[in-house]
Design a protein. Structure first.
Length: 74
């Protein structure tokens, strides 16, 4: 499959720059970006997904997760 025209570019999200929680890891932080990325392995077919990047509260390395895994922090 060809690379989508918007691959590796930021896409809008209603929680961008707001406090969020990653339901998969329980990490809370600020949603810094949502990008379209190829999540397939080296041998598999292309699989494009929206990936969220969260900067943890208190700093540290940003983590990535599927957009479906984020929710507004309480």
């Amino acid at each position: 499959m060809a690379t989508p025209h918007d691959a590796h570019t930021e896409v809008p999200h209603r929680l961008l720059r707001k406090s969020v929680r990653d339901v998969a890891s329980g990490t809370e932080g600020t949603l810094m970006a949502v990008l379209v990325e190829n999540t397939a392995g080296p041998e598999g077919p292309d699989r494009w997904a929206e990936i969220a990047y969260i900067r943890p509260d208190g700093g540290g390395v940003e983590l990535s997760t599927a957009v479906a895994n984020i929710e507004a922090a309480r």
